[in-house]
Design a protein around this ligand. Sequence first.
Ligand code: GLA
Length: 386
Amino acid sequence: MSELSSRARAGFTERFSREPSGVWRAPGRVNLIGEHTDYNDGFVFPFAIDRSTVVALAPRDDRTIQITTAYTDDIVRIGLDDVTPAALSGWSAYPLGVVWALGEFGADLAAARGFDAHIDSDVPIGAGLSSSAAIECAVSVALTEVWDLGFDRERLARVGQLAENKAVGAPTGIMDQSASLLGRADAAVFLDCRSLDAEVIPLGFDAAGLVLLIINTRVSHAHATGGYADRRASCERGAREMGVSSLRDLDVDDLDRAAQVLDEETFRRVRHILTENQRVLDTVRTLRLEGPEAIGDLLTASHVSMRDDFEISVPELDVAVEAAGAAGAVGARMTGGGFGGAAIALVRASELPVVADAVTAAFAARGFREPELFTVTAADGASRLD
Ligand code: GLA
């Protein structure tokens, strides 16, 4: 982490010929279970990971914003008065969308000073690990401090979500930003997306001799287009036809009635959400009562539901899950919005090489691009680094 921090500091100094006033970080996330439940006001159980985006930032004396990243040579330059969703595009829509959204949530942008910022990251982009939420949250915690806003983390999660919805144009829920802001080392965040009540629950993977393997399929996805928005629309239709304001108002006991009321496809979409909410509750309970090794079947059942009912998996994700399971993983599932990205496998540390080799071999046998494999641990949420 301090290496990333020094890199961001050096990148800032090189581009802006002065020192930043601070460096802030926000982690990516893995969702352990609870997929597509967030925008249905349901339950999710993600954790912040030990991969972060960092922003080195210093205020300016005028009202100009300049932002650079380690990935491009561009300098994006814009006046504070010109930051509106319509004016934003490309990568800078994430940090600048946050500037705009802070204003929507009450920051007095008319009185604010401009700033220079440089962004660096070790969260893989497009892998389903919320590199986008990591940028949003790193920028929002930095500006909260520099502009002395006093916003709490719940409000910052909403700021990040609004930026993503309106400036980036992806109709996503509140999970990723909540995980990035509220995460704790060796724990996951049990979040009720209706009330935003969050409980930090110890995972105990290390003590149980378990590791969490990420299998990045390198199949890239974008939630601003296509399937994600379709699924969201199906859920809204399902709720409407069932006579409720959101699918959170239903549970697995309503499935028989849903089968009568809904068309076959909408029924399967709704069944995924209702059973997934139940699986989140079961996972939290099982983790508490029996420990992490006992949650494996729930993870795998979640994948099956996403593959067959919600239909957001792709062959690479299915092969990853099947190969990991066959090689002895405790449980495995795709994580994130779907249509590409990464799968997770909960694996006994002693069996990690066997599982990793099996996944790599299965990809080769299917003629898929070689996956990127690495382990993550649950880390603390966004903070100031130096
Ligand atoms: C993406 C979105 C989240 C959530 C997940 C699916 O990561 O950003 O809000 O909907 O997909 O669970």
